[in-house]
Write a protein that binds this ligand. Structure first.
Ligand code: SAH
Length: 283
């Protein structure tokens, strides 16, 4: 009679790595979350979230989920990207699902690309659930369109922070190439560099009266809007009294009527113009 080798029951198969999902949490309003994001939050065992994630978004987390804040806290320095990767990797062999929750959209100034590369190199595949980026949320709440048939045919998402964080660095963008009057620039992380941004626009030949609309805390209860011009930005950026987080919309669309309150700090002489169907406050 044939005998079969006994199965060795002492060896347990290696635990599969966790599912890692990079989720966009939007810039504020939790109602703007996608259904996919809500479902992912409800199923995650571990959630790592950034400073700019509205805490009410975390109410969708499972009651037993481990929540890890990986943003800046009380003057402490932010977590280093490498430390975040390490925490994800540590948990990946112990749980089934990890959500990495990021403000706005993970792929717009969200370092989503770096996190994916680090996880892939450790053999972990990642899924991505998009979120609404700050410029899009700010456009919706002010009802200022980023594109407009008469006023803007292109949009650029620009970072106001240099690679070393905070240093003005607009050298990589050809502002002069964008001054055809048909372009919108949405500037992220520009609170500290607003003056340098204004000066860069003027140096490149943008009109002094080019409208700039800054939106602080877009889609959050404390949302504030302030309107100025490129010249105001260059000469007296402090007049806008900007607080982070804020997004700056630059270009003719920023002169359109704003839905809701707006602080006007414009000192530059403004010329009112008529487009096909709307009067521009500034152009
Ligand atoms: N991934 C994010 C951007 C992160 S960079 C996104 O897609 O929106 C951080 C910058 O985003 C801030 O400095 C600010 O310029 C902008 N931002 C984030 N939340 C914002 C908000 N609620 N209102 C205005 N700007 C915001």
């Amino acid at each position: 009679m044939r005998t079969f080798p006994q199965l060795d029951n002492t060896l347990t198969p290696p635990r599969p790595m966790a599912r890692v999902v990079l989720v966009g949490a939007n810039p504020g309003d939790p109602e703007l979350l996608t259904l996919k994001a809500v479902r992912a939050l409800g199923s995650a065992d571990v959630i790592l979230y950034d400073e700019l994630v509205d805490r009410s978004v975390l109410e969708h987390a499972h009651s037993e989920a481990t929540l890890i804040h990986v943003g800046k806290r009380g003057g402490q320095p932010s977590w280093k990207q490498a430390d975040i990767h390490e925490v994800i990797l540590e948990h990946a062999s112990a749980v089934q699902m990890i959500v990495r929750l990021k403000g706005g959209d993970p792929f717009v100034f969200g370092r989503g690309g770096e996190e994916i590369a680090a996880l892939r190199s450790a053999g972990i595949e990642v899924e991505v659930i998009p979120g609404i980026t700050a410029a899009v949320a700010a456009a919706a709440s002010t009802q200022v369109p980023l594109t407009h048939r008469d006023l803007s045919r292109t949009v650029t998402f620009l970072s106001g922070a240099g690679p070393g964080h905070g240093l003005p660095d607009f050298t990589h963008i050809d502002m002069a190439a964008l001054i055809d009057g048909q372009h919108t620039i949405a500037v992220y992380m520009a609170v500290r560099t607003a003056g340098a941004l204004g000066q860069t626009l003027l140096d490149a030949g943008w009109a002094a009266h080019t409208p700039v609309l800054a939106i602080e805390n877009a889609s959050r209860p404390g949302e504030r809007r302030v309107r100025a011009t490129a010249q105001d930005l260059a000469l007296r950026p402090q007049a806008l009294a900007l607080q982070s987080p804020a997004i700056l919309l630059v270009g003719r669309v920023a002169g359109l009527p704003v839905h809701g309150p707006v602080d006007e700090v414009v000192q530059t002489t403004i010329e009112r113009v008529q487009t096909q169907n709307q009067e521009l406050a500034y152009a």
